[in-house]
Write a new protein. Structure first.
Length: 373
């Protein structure tokens, strides 16, 4: 089976959606499928074509992630996607930014189209009447709609009641993400908090920083933030203003293969998102046997409860700090981490994700063959 994927960004870009697509593409290739992928040249250092672990990757456009380059990158990838779709059995587009390319290729070459809607931006924009009409058009055209959370699935059905929407929580590579040798040094009496979030407004890192003075009144906590973004300068200024800068380390972007050592260095991982589908970072931390404290938004309550961590109210530094302190003082915290890994292995392993997609693709191509007859 030849599977053609479209995504706005792809490895080595770092992010939840990017990691999910990378895992999926590698797994499909390993299972015997031919996998081609069209994406944007989001960094000028990236080649226009490369073979990444057997995946044929075509990049178009030019570097930049502001609005104008985003539009240019999206449309510049359409011609090569349509050309490659002629030989594909299945078209799989990830998020609304890729949907237009998929729709054109579907109509020109009569191929089945799967659309996975990943991001919480979809939830926010779909409340706007203009975007809701556009989203209805794309959601209605997909032969199958996949979502990483029940919240996004319900929104798809609100927009287009007749669409075929199915929730499939993102999975992770539990062979990569497992307890390993810590990379961060710990002084006597310190506890290490880790926040694996890119520095964008929706990820709520501001509220974690605002909670740090309250946390440090109770525990000698050091916070490491892995991820970068446009808010870095303002967040560093905020940490200085709140007099917690010596206790916060902005680590910048960390490659996926290095993250298990960061997770394994921490006492708990904090996900303070304001919007979230399903956080791969939360699942990765759990797979490394680290309890997770997360905001009560999106798909996070579907994977996290008091058995594996805790939930707090979003935009609420007081509740965040209170829940983190309670979790840090739990005597069963190590056992909580072990339960977290068991839960991920049983429910969100990469092997299961690949089989779900292969079964879905097979059903669509079989249906297409019957239509042709």
């Amino acid at each position: 089976m030849h599977i053609l994927i479209h995504s706005l960004y792809f490895f080595p870009e770092v992010g939840g959606m990017e990691n999910h697509i990378f895992y999926l593409a590698k797994g499909l290739k390993k299972a015997g499928s031919q996998v081609s992928l069209v994406t944007t040249r989001s960094n000028h250092k990236f080649s226009s074509f490369e073979n990444i672990e057997g995946i044929q990757v075509y990049r178009r456009g030019f570097g930049g992630k502001t609005f104008i380059p985003w539009i240019i990158n999206t449309f510049s990838s359409i011609p090569i996607f349509i050309k490659l779709s002629r030989r594909a059995d299945i078209l799989h587009c990830h998020d609304i930014a890729s949907a237009f390319a998929g729709l054109l290729a579907k109509r020109i070459h009569k191929k089945p189209l799967v659309l996975t809607i990943h991001t919480s931006h979809f939830l926010r924009l779909s409340q706007n009447p203009f975007w809701k009409r556009i989203f209805h058009f794309f959601v209605n055209e997909g032969d199958r709609i996949l979502t990483p959370s029940e919240e996004i699935r319900r929104r798809c059905l609100e927009i287009s009641p007749d669409c075929s929407a199915r929730e499939i929580v993102n999975r992770i590579d539990t062979d990569l993400f497992k307890p390993t040798e810590p990379i961060l040094k710990r002084n006597t009496g310190e506890v290490i908090l880790l926040c694996p979030r890119r520095l964008y407004p929706k990820n709520g890192v501001e509220y974690l920083i605002r909670a740090m003075p309250l946390i440090r009144k109770e525990v000698n906590a050091i916070l490491y933030i892995t991820g970068d973004g446009p808010l870095r300068n303002s967040l560093e200024s905020l940490s200085e203003e709140l007099e917690v800068k010596p206790y916060i380390s902005f680590e910048g972007t960390i490659q996926n293969r290095e993250m298990p050592a960061y997770y394994s260095s921490s006492d708990i991982v904090i996900i303070p998102s304001l919007l979230e589908a399903t956080s791969l970072s939360a699942l990765e931390a759990m797979a490394c046997e680290i309890p997770v404290a997360a905001s009560k938004v999106g798909g996070l309550p579907e994977i996290i409860d008091e058995k594996v961590g805790t939930l707090f109210e979003p935009r609420n530094p007081e509740d965040l700090s209170e829940k983190v302190i309670v979790l840090l003082k739990r005597k069963d915290r190590k056992e909580t981490g072990k339960i977290a890994r068991e839960r991920v292995v049983q429910n969100w392993s990469l092997k299961e994700l690949i089989q779900i997609h292969l079964d879905l693709y097979s059903s669509l191509t079989l249906h297409k063959r019957y239509e042709a007859v």
